[in-house]
Design a protein around this ligand. Structure first.
Ligand SMILES: [Zn+2]
Length: 71
């Protein structure tokens, strides 16, 4: 299994060899015509602590909602 690294701090997201045992934000963005990055795909990962640091800087807090996980 390929290591997934946080782009901000380099932390390797923990896995047990087959599944991730730590959650992380993985973003894939294909930029379109009305951007300066038309045709480019950006992909990055943030560990939970870097995600928390990022959203702390938001002027408008993230929307929070409880979700039920069916295991
Ligand atoms: Zn990080």
């Amino acid at each position: 299994m390929k290591d997934l690294k946080c782009n901000a701090c380099g932390h390797i997201i923990k896995h047990d060899g087959s599944v991730f045992v730590e959650d992380a934000l993985v973003v894939t963005k294909e930029w379109g015509y009305f951007s300066k990055k038309d045709g480019k795909r950006h992909r990055f990962c943030l560990c939970e602590s870097c995600y928390d640091k990022m959203i702390e800087n938001f002027n408008i807090p993230v929307d929070l909602e409880d979700v039920t996980e069916y295991m």
